[in-house]
Write a protein that binds this ligand. Structure first.
Ligand code: ADP
Ligand code: MG
Length: 700
């Protein structure tokens, strides 16, 4: 159902409107009036005849017509009754500003369920509860208690926190940012970030989408939508709650290493979302995305009247893997002919401490023409001879004429540059309070440009034995078993094209010796128990056994020691396995994040994964390029390609393993976690072997 009436209603009723200053019901009403809203306003309050000169109604029903939008500010316990009234008169859009629902405990949760049920049955869309409301400056609609109507502009903002939104509004005002729509989604009883994202994505008045989110509800759908929108509009999000790794117990390496933040990070990367680490940096990014063209490349020219500021900028450029532009000969000739001899006409251009506005203007004019320059950063410190105001005016003048490349400013200081920064702001030049902050914004822009120009994602599909996996999974779920044992994990992997070591389960030492003979020495012995997850932790793995005697000793030791150490574990015998020597150990894994979806992991394998923590993540399904990138994102990669004369391993084979695993977890959403550790890889042309695997399921 359309959300249009939230943004463009012809009439608004405020249930709980109040005469008393300071009450939310008063603030919402007067905000609406003060903003100059042109539709009809119906205050609803049984204890008043008029409020602010408007006729007041006892109930929604007594209004005599159906308001397009109803804003509810009455106490939580009355909300279900008001929702019933809304349903009776055919209201379709309701904002619940009131707090005190699920965030206060079970009683509040119960109330929320009641009104949600009523709304659902009546086909009412609900924004909130516990939200600030909606603001649409172009429609003079301030259906919120967020203070004055902000300026009209092209930024659409979604906020999960109402209180933070009012701070954002204040910062935006100070930085000259205007909005198309602001939506506070609060507890998301109905309308959520995905709904608002869709509205902003197709809204012709919105050029930049920004938001503050604490959680994302339907990761899969959100990724798809955001990915589609990102091609046309940048999405800049602050996502908080980064350290809440989730309190659930995790048994897999992938699960314990991933945490929630890695999943969100991967989701954002897939969808082209630019993650901002603070509201302040978000405001900085928004300004540039809103007012500047996108850069065509990574080459930055820096113009400065302070050597130190220039050096800081260059450091930041290098740290962010951007380029310090190399000027063309023509640029150098012009600069050297016209700047004072003491100036530096190489990048960064030092126009010196006595630089008058004309010198800045001249340098900016020249570098904007240089085809080797993609972005310009102008830095100024207010020294004795500096004229910040005239310099700001000069920058605005030039960029008004030459507006094909982004120009950012860093006028450093406070009082002495205040007026100049205002001039820059009005002239649509974003200003940053440090060279680093400006470079971070440029980095965000170049990252976005790179994302937009990435090749179309093509996920390769391998020929696999899907039936077989289906059967194993079904059997397990029917029995209520969540962990898949070693032997069947191997079968699943084989069905998806993985090679596994020859393995046999035995119950006696004699049988173990028989099998070892068949396999050929050396062999590996492992404890066979459905209850032991990390076998080597309990002495349950013996590698490199070279003779019947060694096999016998290892068998006896395991069968004697392990049941003593773990009396609760059911020990069935041992697995005799072929030894895979000479390769390197990596880990391939997946952990299904409940918000973001199947999170693939790659890293250095073996029993030290957690200690080394050299892993990378990406959301499945993976393309070949993404699988390769996962390898490149780790330090392990360099070791795998061969260092100090050691031979490298077959990188493409690992990438293929990741893609096959990604296909498996995409085709079987019941798979909750999977670890292949170690995945033993050898030189180019050899087949990697999935030596050990653990798979766990969840009923869906
Ligand atoms: P767990 O992870 O339960 O401790 P693994 O089967 O992964 O048990 O074995 C632990 C380590 O022993 C592996 O990381 C690997 O170094 C070595 N290992 C196990 N099986 C083999 C094998 N078949 N060939 C070579 N090395 C092995
Ligand atoms: Mg293992």
């Amino acid at each position: 159902m359309s959300l249009d009436k939230f943004f463009n209603p012809e009439s608004v009723a405020i249930v709980g409107a109040s005469r008393h200053e300071g009450k939310v019901g008063y603030e919402v009403l007067t905000n609406l009036i003060r903003a100059g809203y042109e539709g009809r306003i119906f205050p609803v309050n049984p204890n008043a005849d008029t409020i602010e000169g408007l006729k007041c109604y006892a109930t929604i029903e007594s209004i005599g017509q159906t308001p397009d939008l109803v804003i509810i500010v009455v106490p939580a316990k009355i909300v279900p009754a008001v929702m019933k009234q809304c349903a009776r008169v055919g209201v379709r859009s309701v904002i619940i500003v009131t707090a005190g629902f699920k965030e206060v405990g079970p009683e509040g949760g119960e109330l929320a369920q009641q009104f949600t049920q009523i709304a659902k049955q009546a086909g009412i869309r609900v924004l909130g509860p516990n939200c600030l409301g909606v603001i649409v400056p172009a429609n003079k609609l301030n259906a919120s208690f967020g203070g004055d109507l902000p300026a009209e502009g092209s930024v659409g903002y979604i906020s999960q926190s109402g209180a933070l939104l009012s701070a954002i509004l204040d910062m935006a005002r100070a930085n000259g940012i205007g909005f198309s729509k602001l939506v506070s989604i609060g507890n998301k009883a109905d309308v959520n970030e995905l709904d608002v994202m869709k509205v902003l994505g197709s809204d012709p008045d919105t050029k930049v989408i920004a938001g503050y989110l604490e959680s994302i509800d339907h990761g899969d759908a959100f990724v798809k939508e955001a990915e589609r929108i990102s091609h046309n509009k940048p999405i800049l999000l602050v996502k908080s709650g980064v350290t809440s790794a989730g309190a659930r117990a995790v048994s897999s390496h992938t699960g314990s290493l991933a945490g929630t933040d890695a999943a969100y990070e991967a989701l954002f990367e897939r969808a082209g979302i630019i993650r901002c680490d603070s509201v302040k940096s978000q405001i900085g990014h928004i300004q540039a995305f809103d007012s500047q063209p996108l850069p065509k490349g990574l080459a930055i020219a820096v113009i400065t009247n302070a050597g130190g500021a220039g050096i800081m900028a260059v450091d930041a450029i290098e740290q962010q893997c951007l380029n310090v532009a190399r000027f063309s000969e023509e640029t150098i000739d012009k600069l050297s002919a016209n700047l004072p001899p003491a100036a530096s006409w190489h990048n960064p251009i030092d126009v010196l401490c006595d630089a008058p506005p004309e010198r800045f203007e001249f340098a900016l004019d020249i570098v904007l023409d240089d085809p080797n320059v993609d972005v310009v950063l102008v830095l100024l410190t207010p020294q004795a001879m500096t004229q910040p105001i005239a310099t700001a005016k000069a920058i605005v003048k030039i960029t008004g004429r030459k507006n094909k490349k982004p120009v950012l400013a860093g006028f450093l200081g406070v009082g002495k540059v205040e007026e100049a920064i205002r001039i820059l702001r009005d002239g649509k030049i974003p200003n940053y309070d440090s060279p680093q902050a400006a470079i971070m914004t440029i980095k965000a822009m170049t990252t976005y440009v790179k994302w937009c120009s990435r090749p179309k994602r093509v996920v390769k599909l391998f020929t696999v034995n899907r039936r077989k996996v289906e059967k194993i999974i079904k059997q397990h779920l029917a029995l209520g078993t969540r962990q898949i044992g070693e032997a069947e994990s191997r079968e699943i992997l084989q069905a998806y094209g993985f090679a596994t070591p020859k393995s046999f389960n035995v119950t006696t030492a004699d049988k173990a010796i028989d099998i070892a003979k068949q396999l050929g020495y050396p062999v590996v012995l492992k404890i066979w128990s459905p209850d032991i997850i990390h076998k080597s932790d309990v002495g349950g793995v013996a590698v490199g056994l070279n003779s019947p005697k060694e096999v016998m000793d290892a068998f006896d030791l395991m069968m004697y020691r392990i049941p003593k150490e773990m009396p609760a574990a059911e020990v069935l015998g041992v697995v005799v396995q072929e030894m895979c020597s000479g390769g390197r150990e990596v880990i391939l894994g997946m952990n299904r994040d409940k918000h973001c979806g199947p999170l693939m992991m790659f890293g250095m394998g073996g029993i030290m994964v957690e200690v080394l923590n050299d892993v990378s993540f990406y959301l499945a399904p993976l393309t070949a390029g993404e699988a390769k990138q996962m390898l490149l994102n780790t330090k392990t990669y360099q070791m795998l390609t061969g260092v100090r004369g050691e031979d490298g391993v077959d990188i493409d084979a690992i990438a293929e393993g990741l893609q096959r695993l990604s296909q498996l977890v995409t085709e079987f959403p019941q798979i909750q976690e999977i670890d292949i550790n170690p995945y033993v890889v050898g030189p180019e042309g050899t087949t990697p072997i999935a030596v050990d695997a653990r798979i766990s399921l969840e009923k869906i």
